[in-house]
Design a protein around this ligand. Structure first.
Ligand SMILES: [Zn+2]
Length: 140
């Protein structure tokens, strides 16, 4: 039995599909940069008790899909959330130089490449996030 050769599928997305080009989210001073595999397809202005105060606009990715880099003269300041919903399993990270909240991700057993994390897409430009649908929810 022989298998038929199939023509390679077209990888060109339709014109109305979101960008599949990598994009770099940067804090205000540029010392923390997150390279995303693509723009997010949706954004969430999370209304949980902490995100509401940060005013963050999250795009969600798996941790292994992106790269976080920090310049030598900066570091990530990490707030480990501890309250009735979370006991230090999640950290909110910001640039030590300019203070921008850049991302949250898991701590403890939630650090694998398959785990979900949030990138504050306010680190992208207004032009880069224009037209991406937004939601308001209490959690990712
Ligand atoms: Zn910064």
């Amino acid at each position: 039995m022989t298998s038929a050769e199939s023509k390679a599928p077209q990888n060109t997305p339709p014109l109305d599909s979101p960008s599949v080009e990598p994009v770099v989210a940067k804090c205000h001073c540029g010392r923390v940069q997150i390279t995303l595999p693509s723009k997010p397809t949706k954004l969430n202005e999370c209304q949980c008790t902490v995100c509401y105060k940060y005013g963050a606009l999250w795009g969600y990715f798996t941790r292994g899909a992106l790269t976080v880099t920090t310049a030598p003269d900066a570091r990530l300041i990490s707030y480990q959330r501890c309250d009735e919903y979370c006991q230090g399993d999640l950290s909110f990270n910001s640039c030590s130089h300019c203070g921008c909240m850049t991302h949250w991700w898991g701590e403890k057993e939630w650090t694998g490449p398959e785990h979900k994390m949030g990138v504050n897409c306010r680190m992208l430009t207004q032009e880069e996030i224009a037209g991406i649908p937004r939601s308001l929810s209490k959690g990712p």
